[in-house]
Design a protein around this ligand. Structure first.
Ligand SMILES: [Zn+2]
Length: 339
């Protein structure tokens, strides 16, 4: 296959197929590596992932002439609709997949971390081990998370295509979700696997190793309950979404949806769950949020803190009354015994 004529064998891409997937399926026919194949297409030295991000001027017609595909059909296999900041979110390796798709076909939408169903088959995506989100979270919990996940996904999609979000979009929300609201602490009793005393001694290091504490489990307690304790933390900001497992990116998408529904209430939840140093870090994350929201958070947090103080004072007073009564009952019994 030298020269510049049409390649003898070319099959068309599948719907929603990404360019790297289509090229990878063509390559074996010509017994070449991907770089060799790109050279033969007239694109020596081009990286396949750069190519599927954006075709440069003239590359569409060049590849079109060799493959018989229209420039439009080639462009449709690239991520040209995503804005530059969103590029880091495109998965290169295929950690998640649709059980109904052929194993060598990789879709553009499946490469995006806020997509949890196959665009072609409508089936739930599976993680690398073949599990679905419903397997991990349970069908009932999944049903309750559907709505916030949808909200989160549509916000992420709007952001990735460069839509104006008035200074409050997924990036600002992820800053809160991945903020360290408490100091790192060892696994709590509920987080620890049940094990006999002997085993506990053996796993002393694991049971006492501090785990990073982020806001995500506060906003999405459903994630907190199922995520393995050692891999519970997610990377900060967009990296958490880019490099997270199916479960992590789903939890973050749900978190974004929940924040979008009531940003002030969710910020207050996180602040109330935080410790003193953590609250400083949460406030730093919230400094990215619009001023109008921050003002409402401050006002409501002040009231929430006051209510919490009042509640504690009332609780203490009730306890004091209780123990006073108890002492009176005891002393009465004592008196009645000696009389
Ligand atoms: Zn599929």
């Amino acid at each position: 296959m030298t020269g510049h004529g049409r390649l003898p064998v070319v099959f068309p891409p599948e719907p929603d197929e990404r360019l790297s997937s289509w090229i990878a399926r063509l390559v074996p026919i010509y017994a070449m590596t991907v770089p060799e194949f790109l050279s033969a297409l007239g694109l020596p030295g081009r990286d396949i992932f750069d190519l599927e991000w954006r075709l440069m001027e003239g590359e569409g017609p060049l590849v079109g002439a060799r493959t018989g595909l229209s420039s439009e059909a080639l462009q449709a296999m690239t991520f040209r609709d995503l804005m530059p900041d969103a590029r880091m979110l495109i998965a290169r390796r295929h950690g998640r997949r649709c059980p109904a798709c052929a194993s060598d076909i990789h879709l553009k939408t499946t490469a995006l971390p806020w997509v949890f169903r196959c665009q072609v088959h409508g089936t739930d995506l599976q993680d690398a081990a073949g599990g679905t989100l419903a397997d991990t979270l349970g069908v009932e919990v999944m049903a309750t998370l559907e709505a916030p996940a949808k909200v989160g996904a549509s916000l992420l999609e709007a952001w990735s295509s460069g839509e104006e979000q008035n200074g409050f979009g997924p990036v600002e929300m992820l800053a809160l979700l991945t903020a360290l609201h408490r100091r790192a602490s060892p696994p709590s009793v509920t987080e620890q696997p049940r094990m006999p005393l002997g085993a506990r001694r053996h796993y002393h290091e694991f049971l006492t190793a501090p785990i990073t504490r982020q806001a995500l489990p506060v906003v999405v307690p459903e994630y907190d309950r199922v995520a393995p304790v050692l891999t519970k933390p997610v990377l900060p900001g967009l990296h958490g979404l880019a490099q997270g497992s199916l479960l992590k990116s789903f939890a973050l998408t749900v978190g974004i949806g929940r924040i979008a529904e009531d940003p002030v209430a969710r910020a207050i939840d996180v602040l109330l769950a935080g410790d003193t140093d953590g609250q400083v870090r949460v406030r730093a994350a919230l400094s990215l949020w619009p001023l109008s929201l921050r003002r409402r958070i401050s006002a409501r947090f002040w009231r929430a803190e006051r209510d919490e103080r009042d509640r504690q004072v009332a609780e203490k007073a009730a306890k004091r009354r209780q123990s006073h009564k108890y002492r009176r009952v005891q002393s009465h019994q004592y008196r009645s015994r000696i009389s």
